[in-house]
Design a protein around this ligand. Structure first.
Ligand SMILES: CC(C)(COP(=O)(O)OP(=O)(O)OC[C@H]1O[C@@H](n2cnc3c(N)ncnc32)[C@H](O)[C@@H]1OP(=O)(O)O)[C@@H](O)C(=O)NCCC(=O)NCCS
Length: 226
């Protein structure tokens, strides 16, 4: 898992070798996803690059992050303790934290390792209001998301999640889009349900959420498959 702060990534599989990269897999930590990536490293890599660079829903544009987003995201939500409560990072204290995070996102995007989309209102695409990251694990895409607090409850994130998951499942080699959330994060669980995801079960001791506890907590696993 990358240590860069910024957006929730709902499953922690990212210590595995990146698809398309020639690094030697860490066999001591191998699991089924690593195995799939090692045996077919390039299939998944091209799959993620096939996700559109820009996605539009009736109200939201999802686009590549830019350096101009740094100040906007810092002011809009990165310092907000209520927004980051269930995320994997602590509130940003200085704009340098957000700067490092956006630099990391641009690098991820350019390398093809993940698609950390910035969310903006249609017609005001310069003003970031949140993010949704799609990352690749063999034939699956894992998503995580965050939205500025003043826009909560208007159905925006379920609209964005639905658009990304449908674009992902339209790709020939993508069979599953998954997301997990803390069992107490009812807004996130409801977002996924509204976007057509099915609850598959509970993952014990799944994620450490540093704003809540030092020990790993229980998550709900949701997925949409084809
Ligand atoms: C989770 C989050 C992205 C949802 O964004 P959003 O645009 O408000 O989501 P939507 O409006 O599409 O759907 C939210 C749903 O949850 C419901 N909800 C919100 N808070 C809730 C709560 N405490 N208990 C139960 N349901 C709740 C809303 O009423 C809505 O459902 P409804 O339309 O049936 O009424 C947003 O709350 C957020 O950014 N939270 C902080 C970051 C986060 O937790 N990210 C997810 C990590 S897994």
């Amino acid at each position: 898992m990358p240590s860069a702060p910024g957006i929730e990534r709902s499953d922690r599989l990212n210590n595995s070798p990146r698809p398309g990269m020639r690094s030697i897999p860490r066999l001591t930590h191998i699991h089924i996803v690593d195995f799939l990536q090692v045996t077919e490293p390039y299939r998944g890599f091209s799959m993620l690059l096939s996700l559109p660079a820009v996605l539009r829903t009736p109200r939201i544009t999802l686009r590549k992050p830019r350096t101009a987003d740094i100040a906007v995201i810092f002011d809009a939500y990165a310092q907000d303790a209520d927004v980051v409560r269930y995320l994997l990072w602590r509130p940003h204290r200085a704009i340098a934290d957000t700067e490092a995070f956006i630099a990391y996102c641009i690098e991820e995007w350019d390398s093809g390792r993940s698609r950390p989309y910035v969310l903006a209102h249609q017609g005001n695409e310069d003003a970031a209001i949140g993010m949704l990251e799609a990352s690749l694990h063999a034939h699956m895409i894992d998503i995580g998301y965050v939205l500025q607090r003043k826009y909560w409850g208007a159905g925006l994130m379920s609209e964005a999640v639905r658009a990304v998951s449908e674009a992902a499942l339209a790709l020939p080699h993508c069979f599953r889009v998954q997301a997990s959330c803390d069992t107490e994060n009812r807004a996130s669980a409801r977002t996924l349900e509204k976007a057509g995801f099915m609850l598959e079960g509970k993952l014990s001791r799944h994620l450490v959420l540093p704003n809540l506890a030092e020990e790993p907590r229980q998550s709900l696993m949701y997925a949409r498959c084809k």
